[in-house]
Design a protein around this ligand. Sequence first.
Ligand SMILES: [Zn+2]
Length: 80
Amino acid sequence: MTPEQRTYLEDRLQRMPLGEQLRTPVEGHRFVFMLTNLDGLHTGRSRFLVACETCSQLVHVATTGPVSNVDMHVREANAR
Ligand SMILES: [Zn+2]
């Protein structure tokens, strides 16, 4: 993705409220980003859940930022 898109995504994800969904296309893949506390209750931290709707694939579930995993998914999909 472009540096502009990365900056936009990281900014949106930092301020995203719990339970809200953000849908955005990245290089032809439709990604859905979600912040959930379902799995993070014991740590007190929220988790990002990211899925690619185009490939019907779960891309990322972790408390860390998911943007680099989105890049990796697009690279892997394009290499197929
Ligand atoms: Zn995909």
